[in-house]
Design a protein around this ligand. Sequence first.
Ligand code: ADP
Ligand code: MG
Length: 278
Amino acid sequence: MAHGCASGLHPDVFEPHLSAWALTIDGEAFASSSGHLLPVRWQGQPAMLKVTDEPEELAGNRLMVWWNGGGAAPVLAHGGNALLLARAQGLDTLTQMVHQGRDDEATRILCATAAQLHAPRPSPRPALVPLEPWFNALWAGAQTHGGVLEHCASTARTLLAAPRDTMVLHGDIHHGNVLDFGPAGWLAIDPKGLYGERGFDHANLFCNPDPESALAPGRFERRIEIVAQVAGIERQRLLQWVLAWAGLSMVWSEEDHGVPGRTLEIAQKAAAALGLVD
Ligand SMILES: Nc1ncnc2c1ncn2[C@@H]1O[C@H](COP(=O)(O)OP(=O)(O)O)[C@@H](O)[C@H]1O
Ligand SMILES: [Mg+2]
């Protein structure tokens, strides 16, 4: 699964791409949860080279190419397991914005970016991953752990059985995956390349950028109000997607770290707002 930790960093992973695309190194390499990244220059322009180990990331790479810079970082080159993106140069981040008390602004930016990504395109869409198998880990997790996860799983099943408004989805929209490209605006990176109901793409922001921010008093309710209004999603349907997503995220976190994390509290808030628990 793409939520796992990257293995050790091999210096040679970048080498074939550096020579093929005539790149010069422009910073320190680092390992992320799904690959290896290296700041580079391409034809003098600041760029970011990402080489991935995970086959699941390739659907995301195909989608970045298809978006062609509309709502997403421009792709400068791609091939095999590597993607070369324009590098974000702006000084702001959505995480800082949240920490500075500008949460509403950050939420609106995430909604605006999602709207751009979701806009129809004339060219045929690339091969994508349907939403239903993406939730697979939740079914087993709910059986093992019970509790609120059972509400997450049954809600996810209800949503997936009768999808509305299906489209190309980013699959991982959160504060760390939408970057400040200065005059070009806020653009997405790191999609999972999914296909399904639009509401799904608005769920993950509720668990981010960190538990303290997501669980600040009144924050959850305020974000629900803003996203429902700005994205035009029925409040109840949005709460259901948040509940389903929080369940999946808890199960992944349990698999990766052995603990469900504070996403449990987001799930409980969504379940309570839906009247499923007290
Ligand atoms: N095009 C880019 N411009 C600037 N920073 C980037 C770019 N792509 C990735 N990064 C930085 O690298 C981090 C990890 O990249 P990302 O593709 O999101 O990997 P992961 O799958 O681990 O989340 C991002 O959160 C961002 O800080
Ligand atoms: Mg990321």
